[in-house]
Design a protein around this ligand. Structure first.
Ligand SMILES: Nc1ncnc2c1ncn2[C@@H]1O[C@H](COP(=O)(O)OP(=O)(O)O)[C@@H](O)[C@H]1O
Ligand SMILES: [Mg+2]
Length: 489
C-alpha cells in the first residue's frame, strides 16, 4: 500500500458548499447563532437598498483573537463530534462561511478581542482565480475602509460581518431592490420567531435601527393562554422538557395576537411541537405524524427543549432547519403530553364530537363521545363563564378552570344512577312561570351590569345569552333579549 493525500479542489468544493439548501433567512439565522454563542446582547443588522446590496451584521459578543478568527474561517473549523458548551448553538464548524456564501460571493469578517482587531475574507472569485483555499487578510487601514465599521471600532469587543455581491438573490429577479427588501422582511419574521426566547430575555436585534419584536408562538403574554404542567423525559443522562400550551379561544385574539401566533389562517397548520435546541427554535408546527393536524387540536402547541448534548440522537442538519427525531423520543414526547393537550382540547373545542341535541343551543353540560363511552363536561364557552374569564388574569382563569374540573370529576355518577333507577330524581326545575321569568331576568341583568362595568360588549353577550341555558328555555326571557338586541340594529 502507499498513501497519497487527496486535497479537495477549492473552486469546485467551495461552490458546491453553497448549495446545502440555506434560504436567505436560515443563512442569517445561522450567523446570529454564532453571535449568541459569543454571548452577544446586541446584534445590529444593516442593509441599505441598492442595486448592489450588502448585509452587515455587528455583534457585541466576545469577539475572536487572530488565531481564533483564522480558525473560524477554515471550513470544518470545529469537530461536529466534540462536546459543546451548553449554550453553544453551533455544531459543524461550517455555518459562518457556508451560510454567508450560500447567498453572496464575498464575506468579510472583522473581529475585535482584547483591543486587537483582525479581518479575513472569503471571496469566491479570488478562490477561483488562485485555484486554492486562499483567504484574504487586511491591515488596520484597510479595515477602517469597510462600511459601518466605526461601530465595531468603538466597542471593546465584538464581531462584524460584511456580506456582499449577492449573486443568488440577483439571479432570480429583475428588481433586486424589491426582492432584497422582501428577503429582509422574511428574515425579520424568521428571526422574531426562531430567537423569540432570547429576544424576550435580554437580547436586542435591530434591522436598520429598528428593534425586532419577539414572536412568541405560545402567546404566553396573553392572560387567557393556558399553560399546562411541564413534563420531563430522561434520556442517557440528559433531560428533554415538554411544556404544553393551549392558545386562547379565537374570540379572544386580536389581530396582533393572530400575527404572533403565525396568522389566522395558519392556526391549524402551526399546531404541534415546537422543538428548541438550546432555546433556539429548530422545527415547529408538527406532531411528527403521531397525531393528525386536527381542527380540534388547533390551539395546542407544545414547547420541547432539547439540550445540544443530545444532538447525536437526532439528525440535525447543517442549516438547522430540519431535525429528524428517533421514534422512541417522538413517542415519549407524545405520550407525555397526550392527556394534557388532546384531553383539554377535547373539552374546549371538540365541537365535532360533541353530542348535541340542538345546534342552536349552548348546553351547559355537554355530552362528549370518548373512545369507550361518554363523559359529561361543563361547556366553557357559555357566556356565564366567558364573561368571568375575560375579566380575570391568567392565574385566576386557571383556578376557575381547575374548580370547574374538580366539580366535573367529582360528579356523583354512581349515586345519581341509583337514585334515577329508583325514580328519586326530581324533574328539571321549572323554567316557565312569572316568578321564574322574573328571577331569570334579574340574574341576567346582574350579569349584563357586570359586563358593562368591565367594558365587554353587551350586544355580543345578549346574543350569547339568547342561546344558552337556562335563558333559552324561557320564552318570555328570550323575547326580552331579542328586544334588547333590536336596540343595536
Ligand atoms: N460572531 C462571532 N463571535 C465570536 N465567535 C464567532 C462568531 N462567529 C463565529 N465564531 C467562532 O467561529 C467558529 C466557527 O463558526 P461556524 O463556522 O459557524 O461553526 P460552528 O458554529 O458550528 O462552530 C465558532 O465555533 C466560533 O468559535
Ligand atoms: Mg455557527
Amino acid at each position: 500500500m502507499y498513501e497519497q493525500e487527496c486535497v479537495p479542489f477549492a473552486p469546485t468544493l467551495i461552490e458546491s458548499m453553497r448549495s446545502i439548501g440555506y434560504s436567505f433567512s436560515s443563512a442569517v439565522a445561522d450567523l446570529l447563532d454564532n453571535s449568541i454563542g459569543a454571548r452577544a446582547t446586541r446584534i445590529d443588522i444593516v442593509s441599505e437598498p441598492s442595486e448592489n446590496p450588502s448585509l452587515i451584521i455587528i455583534d457585541n459578543g466576545c469577539g475572536m483573537s487572530d488565531k481564533k478568527l483564522y480558525e473560524a474561517m477554515r471550513y470544518g473549523s470545529s469537530n461536529p463530534l466534540e462536546k459543546r458548551d451548553d449554550s453553544d448553538l453551533g455544531r459543524f464548524g461550517l455555518g459562518l462561511k457556508s451560510a454567508s456564501l450560500s447567498q453572496c460571493r464575498k464575506l468579510v469578517v472583522v473581529s475585535k478581542h482584547d483591543d486587537e482587531i483582525n479581518a479575513y475574507s472569503w471571496d469566491l472569485d479570488y478562490v477561483i482565480e488562485k485555484g486554492a483555499w486562499m483567504l484574504k487578510g487586511f491591515d488596520t487601514d484597510e479595515i477602517r475602509a469597510f462600511p459601518k465599521i466605526e461601530k465595531l471600532l468603538n466597542m471593546n469587543c465584538g464581531t462584524y460581518l460584511y456580506l456582499n455581491d449577492f449573486d443568488r438573490v440577483r439571479e432570480g429577479t429583475k428588481n433586486i431592490i424589491e426582492t432584497f427588501n422582501e428577503r429582509l422582511k422574511e428574515m425579520e419574521d424568521h428571526i422574531a420567531l426562531l430567537f423569540h426566547r432570547f429576544l424576550d430575555d435580554n437580547l436586542i436585534i435591530t434591522v436598520n435601527n429598528r428593534e425586532i419584536e419577539a414572536r412568541d408562538p405560545f402567546l404566553t403574554y396573553h392572560k387567557a393562554t393556558q399553560i399546562k404542567r411541564e413534563s420531563k423525559i430522561h434520556l442517557k443522562g440528559e433531560t428533554i422538557t415538554l411544556k404544553p400550551y393551549i392558545l386562547p379561544h379565537l374570540s379572544k385574539l386580536t389581530e396582533k395576537d393572530f400575527e404572533k401566533a403565525g396568522g389566522k389562517e395558519n392556526l391549524r397548520t402551526e399546531q404541534g411541537f415546537y422543538v428548541y435546541r438550546n432555546r433556539r427554535l429548530i422545527v415547529w408546527g408538527t406532531w411528527f405524524r403521531l397525531e393528525r393536524k386536527d381542527e380540534l387540536n388547533k390551539l395546542a402547541r407544545v414547547r420541547v427543549d432539547i439540550p445540544n448534548s443530545l444532538d447525536y440522537m437526532w439528525s440535525i442538519d447543517i442549516k438547522k432547519s430540519t431535525a429528524i427525531l428517533p421514534d422512541i423520543i417522538k413517542k415519549n414526547m407524545y405520550n407525555a403530553v397526550y392527556e394534557s393537550v388532546m384531553g383539554s382540547e377535547r373539552v374546549h373545542t371538540y365541537r365535532g364530537r360533541k353530542e348535541k341535541k340542538d345546534d342552536n343551543i349552548e348546553y351547559i353540560w355537554e355530552r362528549m363521545k370518548l373512545r369507550n363511552g361518554y363523559e359529561y363536561v361543563v361547556n366553557r364557552n357559555i357566556p356565564q363563564i366567558k364573561m368571568l374569564e375575560e375579566t380575570l388574569d391568567k392565574e385566576q382563569v386557571k383556578m376557575l378552570d381547575d374548580v370547574i374540573k374538580v366539580l366535573e370529576e367529582s360528579f356523583p355518577t354512581a349515586s345519581l344512577y341509583v337514585d334515577a333507577a329508583k325514580g328519586n330524581i326530581e324533574e328539571k326545575k321549572a323554567v316557565e312561570g312569572d316568578d321564574k321569568t322574573e328571577e331569570l331576568w334579574i340574574k341576567l341583568q346582574e350579569q349584563i351590569r357586570y359586563i358593562k362595568n368591565n367594558g365587554l360588549s353587551e350586544k355580543e353577550y345578549y346574543k350569547a345569552f339568547y342561546r344558552v341555558e337556562p335563558y333559552c328555555d324561557n320564552e318570555i326571557v328570550r323575547q326580552r333579549i331579542k328586544k334588547e338586541l333590536e336596540k343595536y340594529e
